[in-house]
Design a protein around this ligand. Sequence first.
Ligand code: AMO
Length: 439
Amino acid sequence: MKTDKMGEWRRTHYSSDVGPELDGKEVTVFGWVQEIRDLGGIRFLILQDKNGKVQITIHRDKADSKVLKKAESLQRQYSIGIKGVVRKMGKAPGGAEIIPNEMRIFGVAKQPLPLDITGRTRADIDVRLDARVLDLRREENQAIFRVQHAALEAARSFLSKQGFMEVFTPRIIVSATEGGSALFPVAYFKREAFLAQSPQLYKEQLILDFEKVFEIGPFFRAEESHTRRHLSEFISLDIEEAFATAEDVMKVLEELIHNVCKDVTGNCGRELKLLKHKIEVPKTPFKRFTYDEVLEELEEEKIHIPWGEDIPTPAFRLLGKLHPYYYFLTDWPTKAKAFYIKPRDDNPEISEGFDLMWRWVELSSGGTRIHSKDLLVKRLSEQGLSPESFKHHLQAFDYGMPPHAGWGLGLARLVMALTGIRNIRDVVLFPRDRFRLTP
Ligand code: AMO
């Protein structure tokens, strides 16, 4: 089919601007045909753009013959432009419709489409992800990423106001920082390199110069586990602060969550309505439970976890039922935490590491860091890591390393909490897991 050129046509209004107050005014709108309804004498098109939907009404007996011909050749998801006149119409979405004088078809869509984006026929997640750009045209899906955008804006603005500076650290690195999940190797000329699992070492080094830093960026973990909250590539929001302890950065974290929830609630009313989700803006301070308290609580529920072990998923699910809100887990056993987390001075078996939970999902983890080089070398060895391969990081500890603390927050998991979506793949544009590398 021959398509039209955009030529001199430019959009004058988005769908969201078309309301009864524009009655009689000429507008140019662009978008995609979401629905076509034929009632004999009248053809209704629902045109969707990034802001919503608007009704285009074509009266067979009155419409221009060229418009009629084009309207008849339309199929769902064609991209089109309409020049027409707004008419007040109570029954139409937004209280107005557009009567077209001219129509241009810019892009056709292969039929049948792999998905029904109205959502009336539900498709399996893999079918949806295989046709992700089409799937993302669903208004509910767009709402998720608008919530993410608002959350990021709120987080950036909050951290900047708190005196944190945004930084970018390398994605191509030489040593592992997070145990538990494997590294992705990279062919780096003739040397061995890996994709970064986190900005951990670099953000710690940068507090030597900038004191308060934050980074938002993608990190990579060769996760064997195929779960609804793990991906091989995820965006992490990290902070690190000099002359601070775990408790100091936990305050930053709970205030950040509070501000993000408040801003998203204020700015994303339409999106949350589309998602049928209500955000409870959490009050600060968040509840804090120690590892020992949680073990006792689980024991009462007949789940026994040997002291020192990580808490398995079924136990977390139960904790989420008991605590359906944001809460901190503190005083983790040192051996369950990464090598850089500081053991407590009064009891080195217990660390100054913490996790932030939302129900049963771990959103963030962090802690006070070890700032003594000798202790860090000892902890590396205890965890079976070679201090030699961390020599460039250890060198930073020769330049007046102060006490410091920080955390990393998984953006997708935060968006799950903000939208009520249960599978991480739904809140990431192009998710990557063990089985998925495309699209
Ligand atoms: P951790 O390994 O706990 O800590 O990661 C921090 C947060 O990142 C998110 N996350 C993930 N999200 C999706 N898929 C994954 N595979 C995945 N792995 C982690 C989680 C998690 O809470 N360097 C430390 C942080 C610090 O101490 O500053 C770290 O990376 O939301």
